[in-house]
Write a protein that binds this ligand. Structure first.
Ligand code: PEP
Length: 249
């Protein structure tokens, strides 16, 4: 059975003391639902967050990494560096990385390979822009993003891959995909996996929804059969809101 997951992407928010405060508030929350919970603080606070939460049920994960093992890549962080902290999961392909840092499918395929080589779990993000949806190309765009970055992998690698469908038009905009739009796309993604690999694999991969998910809409979105949780941006910066979403299963 695939897992329910709620992951909070803190993006470039929270300095060290804000990180400590939010983690203190997170530790006071109760997880009632059957769900894996993760938070992704900035690199500068990863070590602190990891240590503060290492005896809890909240996993600390990274927001990004470089594809190279090491070398002359000023300002970048490798999978081995992240792993050396004890952090085992990384978000790759977030639309902000694609849009502002030119992360192409080709770059992302290399990052995926580097994460796998370092035995890391990947939350792989993708999603169409508003014009793709308006022109009816959203499924094609998503299919290409998945194919180009992941379909060179052997089936067994998908044990360590979580997919996150995040329509760009819904991220940080307050506009959410309707539960039906999310379900339709998640079912399409599962079919794409089944066509390339097999139905068992398709049924075993967790597919998260991301895009203005909040306490008021999480329950309905998570109730859809092919939605296995959420990748949460803005609402993950408040412990009460984040855990209201966590407990929405
Ligand atoms: C995200 O950045 O992954 C995201 C889903 O952001 P938000 O929840 O703020 O739309």
């Amino acid at each position: 059975m695939r897992k329910n997951i709620v992951a909070g992407n803190w993006k470039m928010n929270n300095d060290l003391s804000e990180t400590e405060t939010l983690i203190r508030e997170i530790k006071q929350q109760n997880k009632i639902a059957d769900v894996e919970v993760m938070i992704a603080p900035s690199f500068t606070n990863l070590w602190q967050a990891f240590n503060s939460l290492k005896d809890s049920s909240v996993e600390v994960i990274a927001q990004n990494m470089h594809f190279a093992e090491s070398g002359a890549y000023t300002g970048e962080v490798s999978a081995a560096m992240i792993k050396s902290l004890g952090v085992k999961t990384v978000i790759l392909g977030h639309s902000e990385r694609r849009a502002y840092f030119n992360e192409t499918d080709e770059v992302l395929a290399k990052k995926v390979d580097a994460a796998i080589k370092n035995e890391m779990r990947i939350i792989f993000c993708f999603g169409e822009e508003l014009n793709d949806r308006k022109s009816g190309n959203h499924e094609q765009v998503v299919e290409n993003q998945i194919k180009n970055a992941l379909f060179h992998l052997e089936a067994s690698r998908f044990e360590n891959i979580v997919l996150a469908y995040e329509p760009v038009w819904a991220i940080g905009t307050g506009e959410t995909a309707s539960p039906e739009q999310a379900q339709d796309m998640h079912a399409f993604i599962r079919k794409t996996l089944a066509d390339k690999y097999n139905q068992d694999l398709a049924d075993s991969v967790s597919i998260l929804y991301g895009g203005s998910c909040k306490p008021s809409n999480a329950k309905e979105i998570f109730s859809k059969p092919d939605v296995d949780g959420g990748l949460i941006g803005g609402a993950a910066l408040n412990a009460d809101d984040f855990f209201a979403i966590v407990n929405s299963f």
